[in-house]
Ligand binder design. Structure first.
Ligand code: FEO
Length: 392
């Protein structure tokens, strides 16, 4: 298998993974994914940027079979879907030096059992001349781990960004022209792994703002020919201003909570607020995470199981707490059979959210007229809060 050129002297040597359906035993991958690796050939030296997940190592092996030399291997990120092929690569090219960020040096040795003597830490901003191809290493921490860096190829104006700007998409085509067809998957990926570090991602965006970027070559999904659009999307996702939207994870047992959910959805829609309800019995948590990227308000809707929230909705609250969205307001609605502390327990699961809580609405059994009127008041209160912030 011959390496596939993306520009003269730069080849794709990665692997699509059409069949993968879950990542980290957590994240659904409806479109599979890819593990992208790139070979940069200068006049004097050759560098390999990232490798592949170990399960697709045969693809990388085939691409590199007729490659006579690799002088440098650049590891932008230590997570195994990119670094898993390093042990084989370093054995295949015994004279190659492994370059990483400073924090990655010990991580690579710890996670992959690599010989620390083979690893050299590149400084932030350091340049490496391969002969007509100059790599510049740019530390971009927390996209996705603290050690992550990006690599910029100056002459061809390509940013090898690893996880950020990536999308979990498996395809045989190497490029995407606009970003419309990848934006949903790129947002899903941002939501799942980078949203908790939103403020640092903002700083990383500032850091690359002055770069003249022609192509973004992430380590998942296609190479992006429209860098400005994906950067603009990241600016919006990481920005401090939420949208006029409510994310509503819910579940029902005997229908009472569902009645309240439907009433709330209607009430919000009538007041011009977008709503993203997710029945947690069947929801794709990636889509839930995507809705959390923008929503100004989260409403958790759950019946009471024994004394607390239904575990499936509780999971959604735990996920929201872990992802730390920019949500400004929160509320709890639902029902109970005889007693319970459901709203307090939901609130207790969300300590990381810097939100103003609106009064909960909880009905005993089937919601009565007064309960539904309270739901209407909640819709009114949410709409008023959003309007006060002039959210679009
Ligand atoms: Fe694609 Fe954080 O690894």
């Amino acid at each position: 298998m011959k390496p596939r050129p993306i520009v003269p002297g730069v080849d794709f040597v990665g692997a699509p993974d059409f069949d993968r359906r879950v990542f980290d035993s957590l994240i659904p991958l409806p479109d599979g994914t890819s593990y992208n690796a790139f070979l940069v050939r200068g006049r004097d030296k050759v560098a390999l940027i990232d490798t592949v997940d170990p399960k697709t190592l045969p693809v990388l092996e085939a691409y590199l079979r007729d490659v006579p030399r690799v002088d440098y291997v650049v590891s932008n990120h230590t997570e195994q879907d990119h670094s898993g092929g390093l042990p084989w690569v370093l054995e295949r090219f015994p004279r190659a030096q492994l370059l990483s960020s400073e924090p990655a040096r010990t991580m690579l040795a710890d996670h992959l059992g690599l010989d620390p003597a083979r690893i050299r830490a590149a400084a932030d901003g350091e340049r490496l001349d391969l002969g007509g191809k100059t790599l510049r290493f740019i530390y971009t921490p927390w996209v996705h781990w603290p050690e992550t860096m990006s690599t910029y190829l100056e002459e061809d104006r390509i940013l090898f960004s690893c996880d950020w700007f990536g999308s979990h998409i498996a395809a045989t085509d190497l490029f995407v022209d606009g970003v419309d067809s990848i934006l949903a998957e790129a947002k899903r990926y941002y939501a799942e792994i980078m949203m908790p570090f939103r403020k640092i991602v903002q700083k990383n965006l500032d850091k690359i703002e002055g770069l003249d970027i022609r192509l973004i070559a992430p380590s998942h999904g296609p190479v992006i020919r429209d860098p400005a659009s994906i950067v603009a999307a990241y600016r919006d996702w990481t920005g401090d201003r939420p949208h006029n939207a409510v994310v509503l994870p819910w579940v029902t047992m005997h229908g009472s909570t569902e009645i309240m959910v439907r009433r709330l959805v209607d009430g919000l829609v009538q007041r011009g607020v977008s709503v993203f309800p997710f029945n947690m019995a069947t929801a794709d948590i990636g889509q839930l995470a995507m809705a959390m990227v923008d929503a100004a308000t989260i409403v958790v809707a759950t019946p009471t199981v024994h004394f607390g929230p239904h575990p499936m909705v509780f999971n959604a609250a735990v996920l929201a707490n872990a992802l730390r969205p920019k949500t400004r307001f929160a509320a709890v609605i639902g029902s109970y059979g005889w007693a319970g502390k459901m709203p307090e327990l939901v609130k207790g699961a969300l300590p990381n959210l810097k939100v103003e809580y609106l009064p909960p609405v909880v009905s005993k059994g089937l919601p009565k007229a007064a309960d539904l009127e309270a739901v209407d008041r909640l819709a009114e209160a949410i709409a008023a809060k959003h309007q006060a912030l002039e959210l679009a």
